[in-house]
Design a protein around this ligand. Structure first.
Ligand SMILES: C[S@@+](CC[C@H](N)C(=O)[O-])C[C@H]1O[C@@H](n2cnc3c(N)ncnc32)[C@H](O)[C@@H]1O
Length: 214
């Protein structure tokens, strides 16, 4: 097992049991992302770093005629996701253990064509190889389709004392604003690979970004 798998398992072995209850108070913007996604029957949607499967379960219930895929580095988190999917009897969700920077729609999920939508919800900020992971997501989505990101933003519109406290607290969980990401999406845009758009949420506590592949 690689270091990335091991590290995430150590982090989430116990946390996964109270993850959904606690994270709903501070992983803000996940429901904005779910609302924003325009999913059609038959489409294939992948969440990278799906954790306990919270987002996938909401989506799979909302769009029973679409197919949902989730991958995660942590076998522990996937165990929670598998339990959730079974409990809710969701036949349209497939989960795999894989890393963001080296999965492939064909070898990981047995698909014959790239995905219709790929999203990262509070995972890109935890992935050291985030550039490679963005490149890999671009490779695995169809042309004309979107990759979404929701994550912590720079908190520029929050009172500075609160922003400082928040950043210190997030550090304890190995997460911080992925400051290179938005410039990197702009670079991909400049390279002619697609178009990006960023929307700050909750006074810049978090952001929702979309990258539409050319
Ligand atoms: C903060 S959780 C977010 C879970 C879920 N997306 C949500 O919105 O509730 C981040 C997840 O990313 C996973 N992760 C971290 N690094 C990863 C990597 N390199 N490849 C795949 N998943 C990774 C972690 O194991 C964890 O489940």
């Amino acid at each position: 097992m690689s270091d990335a798998h091991d590290k995430m398992d150590r982090m989430y072995r116990y946390q996964r049991h109270f993850y959904d209850v606690t994270r709903k108070f501070y992983l803000l913007g996940r429901d904005h992302l779910i609302e924003k996604m325009d999913i059609r029957d038959g489409q294939k949607i992948l969440e990278i770093g799906c954790g306990t499967g919270r987002n996938l379960a909401i989506l799979a219930n909302k769009y029973p005629q679409a197919e949902f895929f989730g991958l995660d580095a942590s076998a522990e988190m996937l165990e929670s996701a598998i339990t959730k999917v079974k409990k809710q009897d969701l036949g349209n969700v497939i989960l795999k253990m894989a890393l963001a920077d080296d999965f492939d729609y064909s070898s990981t999920f047995g698909l014959t064509e790239p995905l219709d939508t790929v999203f990262f919800s509070y995972s890109i900020s935890m992935i050291p190889t985030w550039r490679e992971s963005v490149d890999n997501a671009v490779k695995n989505v169809k042309s004309g389709r979107v990759i979404y990101f929701v994550d912590f933003y720079d908190q520029r519109d929050l009172p500075s004392a609160f922003a400082g406290l928040l950043q210190g607290w997030l550090k304890r969980f190995h997460v911080k604003y992925p400051e290179g990401l938005i410039p990197y999406l702009t670079k991909l845009e400049d390279d002619g690979l697609g178009e990006s758009e960023v929307t700050p949420l909750f006074r810049s506590y978090s952001f929702l970004a979309e990258f539409r592949k050319k």
